[in-house]
Design a protein. Structure first.
Length: 718
């Protein structure tokens, strides 16, 4: 929280409406959880253009600086930054969490209806523990903050703190102070919407206390709010991770593998805040306790709204926490949060889906576990899971992921998501050198240990299913069986060798994996041969590929193109009408080339986002899919974290194909043009990247037109 928490990044409804609003939502089914989406009519904050907002504020005389130009530039800076947040793909409105926050704010502001009318409350999907107010009266609260709370009273104090910042016009005052001291040379250099001084923070605390006390909340909950601040970098709960968590009837991880140190929690209240905009937690706690001591009466409640409502909304935010971790490639945090939620939701398909996606990302992002070694977040009980995963090698993690993906496919035999995710995992595994089937045994750990003690175990049956693949001949099956080496000696330290006995004796797996390995080897050979060619021959080979693709009939017709964009890094980037003209030219180039290759393009642009809540939700969903591919999967095949929602939107558009495309032009030194295009199939997760970098050309239809011509030729075979 920019004002309340040390770790951060980033209308009015009557009491009668409050009584009914929460229950107007149907309760979410957490076993089949789907992410929060905006609901209801799109607020004016999202529909009015920046320049109109500036004109409205000037007309209402909301801000008055030394000159009219100063006032206009200040308001433009504020609203432009605010617009970036509103259209970041993370902000939602009218959802269960936003309505709950608004309801609580209405209670806090019941004696000040005029102030309540000025404020709007929106939710940001983010695992940052954060809340912040803005000069125009919008207060943002993250799902990460709600997930960490233990009571409504804590949220009430935080909201009161943010309301105080708005009431006291701290953003405006800080801006004037920065201008006076020369820290900001011009209004465009205002970097933050809500960067406040230590004095502002302490003042907001003291004013929040007045409102908090008046509402009848307990003094004890006030103190616990500062505990939330100090430990907010940890997961939303602190529960020991069991050493038998990954054990199944067919795989076993010895307890000694978890004989690792748990990293102690190191957070301190009295940290050095010399270079921080915030007072440290000890100073804030001491100051608030000193003021609180002067109050003669305190309430005893932790909840003005019902405890059930609070816990329901907090659970939503904890499920969102898992989703955000998967989206951003935070695999360790995702798996620990899944473990926490499984204690209450053992049959959640959503959690199983997130688990599948996490292990696929782990397979791809092998270096992630090195990056978290010194990370402060990896402390407390959760550090045991992190230490175990970090101490495991790439091969062990790959086999654990295969085990989980295989078992979940078996658990949900009719669910296409788990079937396709398993296929993607196998395909990815086949591209690596992490699995050599002869290294694994046809007995599980228990069976192998009994065999070592001369107690003959029951052999695992060979699984065959001719409905999906040809089960082969008698002789091919004999060869498959003989290719599996018998256990010569039991090695209790090599637990991973006994983790997939049923998989390596599954004829379908063996056949499928062999095909995928052969395909991977073929692609590798082709790539190697291509790299050995000289530049002229490479160009000929590439053109031959394009020409061959252009002769094929398109496998689909409709392509949904999500907000194509051009980014300029030059001393004098295009502004105003020139930007609009270039963007329009870009769209026309894409549209024309798509039509020429037999496709029917459907373009989602910023204009369409301002029209309806449905279009806004659709845009947010696609943007999240793009982030998931980029952050967690290196642009490779992956099913969407919001699989059902993505496919519902795509189905409504009568297509399963998405295209994300972006152009970057850097003219700071010479000319450099980068063009990126990513095509996705929403049902299968299959992706295709077409990238051209460091072209010595200017950004114009003449130069980027051929990129789209080739792209649409190539994806005729997609």
């Amino acid at each position: 929280m920019n004002q309340l928490l040390p770790i951060s990044r980033f209308i009015f409804i009557s009491i009668f409406i409050f009584v009914h609003s929460f229950f107007s939502f149907s309760q979410k089914d957490f076993n089949n959880y789907q992410t929060l989406l905006s609901k209801g009519e799109m607020p004016a904050d999202f529909t009015i253009l920046v320049q109109q907002k500036v004109l409205n504020d000037i007309a209402a005389n909301k801000v008055k600086l030394a000159t009219k130009l100063d006032t206009q530039l200040y308001l433009e800076s504020i609203h432009e930054q605010l617009n970036e947040i509103l259209y970041s793909g993370r902000v939602i409105y009218g959802d269960e969490v936003s309505v709950y926050i608004q309801d609580l704010a209405n209670r806090l502001l019941k004696d000040n209806p005029e102030l309540a009318k000025e404020l709007r409350f929106y939710t940001i999907k983010s695992n940052e523990t954060n809340a912040f107010s803005t000069a125009p009266g919008i207060i943002f609260v993250t799902t990460g903050l709600i997930a960490q709370l233990s009571s409504e009273a804590q949220l009430a104090f935080i909201l009161s703190h943010e309301i105080a910042h708005y009431e006291q016009k701290h953003t405006h005052k800080e801006y004037l102070n920065y201008k006076k001291t020369g820290k900001i040379k011009n209004n465009k250099q205002l970097l933050g919407l809500s960067q406040f001084s230590k004095e502002n923070e302490l003042e907001a605390d003291s004013l929040a206390l007045v409102r908090y006390n008046k509402m009848g909340y307990s003094e004890e909950e006030l103190t616990s709010t500062f505990d939330l601040l100090m430990y907010s970098y940890l997961p939303f709960d602190e529960v020991p991770f069991p050493s038998n968590y990954f054990n199944t009837p067919n795989s076993y991880i010895p307890e000694k593998e978890f004989d690792l140190d748990i990293k102690p929690i190191t957070a301190e209240e009295n940290y050095n805040d010399t270079y921080s905009s915030h007072p440290n937690i000890k100073k804030r706690k001491d100051a608030i306790q000193k003021i609180a001591a002067g109050y003669s009466h305190w309430g005893t409640t932790s909840f003005l709204l019902s405890k059930e409502e609070f816990e329901y909304v907090r659970t939503i935010c904890r499920f969102e926490s898992v989703r955000m971790n998967v989206l951003e490639g935070g695999n360790f945090s995702a798996l620990y949060s899944i473990f926490l939620l499984e204690k209450q939701f053992r049959n959640s398909i959503f959690l199983d889906r997130m688990k599948t996606l996490s292990w696929l990302s782990i397979l791809r992002l092998k270096s992630d576990f090195e990056k978290v070694k010194e990370s402060k977040e990896i402390e407390g009980e959760s550090s045991l899971l992190c230490s175990f995963l970090r101490s495991s090698n790439n091969k062990e993690r790959a086999i654990m992921g295969l085990r989980i993906s295989y078992d979940l496919k078996a658990k949900y035999p009719e669910d296409k998501f788990f079937h396709d995710s398993y296929e993607i995992y196998l395909n990815e595994l086949a591209k690596t050198d992490l699995i050599k089937l002869s290294d694994y045994q046809p007995l599980n750990f228990h069976q192998a240990s009994l065999k070592a003690l001369s107690k003959e175990p029951e052999p695992l049956p060979i699984k065959e299913d001719s409905t999906s693949f040809d089960a082969g001949t008698k002789y091919s099956r004999i060869k498959e069986k003989r290719s599996i080496k018998p256990v010569l000696a039991f090695d209790s330290t090599n637990f991973i060798a006994y983790a997939i006995p049923d998989i390596i004796t599954d004829s379908l797996f063996l056949k499928k994996f062999k095909i995928l390995q052969e395909q991977s080897d073929s692609i590798t050979d082709e790539t190697t041969r291509f790299q050995l060619l000289n530049e002229k021959d490479k160009e000929k080979a590439w053109q031959k590929t394009i020409d061959h693709a252009s002769l094929q009939e398109p496998q689909f017709k409709d392509v949904l193109i999500v907000e194509p964009s051009i980014h300029y890094y030059t001393k004098y980037p295009p502004q105003g009408w020139e930007t609009l003209a270039r963007n329009k030219s870009h769209l026309n180039t894409i549209f024309t080339n798509a039509k020429n290759q037999g496709f029917s393009p459907i373009i989602i642009s910023e204009d369409s986002l301002r029209r309806t809540t449905a279009s806004f939700n659709e845009y947010l969903t696609y943007l999240a899919y793009l982030e998931q591919l980029a952050e967690a999967n290196k642009g490779r095949d992956c099913l969407a974290v919001d699989y059902e929602i993505v496919n519902k939107f795509a189905s409504d558009r009568k297509t399963t194909t998405l295209l994300f495309t972006m152009i970057e032009f850097d003219g700071t030194e010479g000319k450099s043009l980068n063009m990126y295009s990513l095509v996705l199939n929403t049902q299968t997760g299959k992706s295709y990247n077409y990238v051209q970098r460091n072209l010595n050309k200017v950004a114009s239809p003449i130069t980027y037109g051929p990129h789209y011509e080739n792209l649409f030729k190539l994806i005729r075979e997609f």
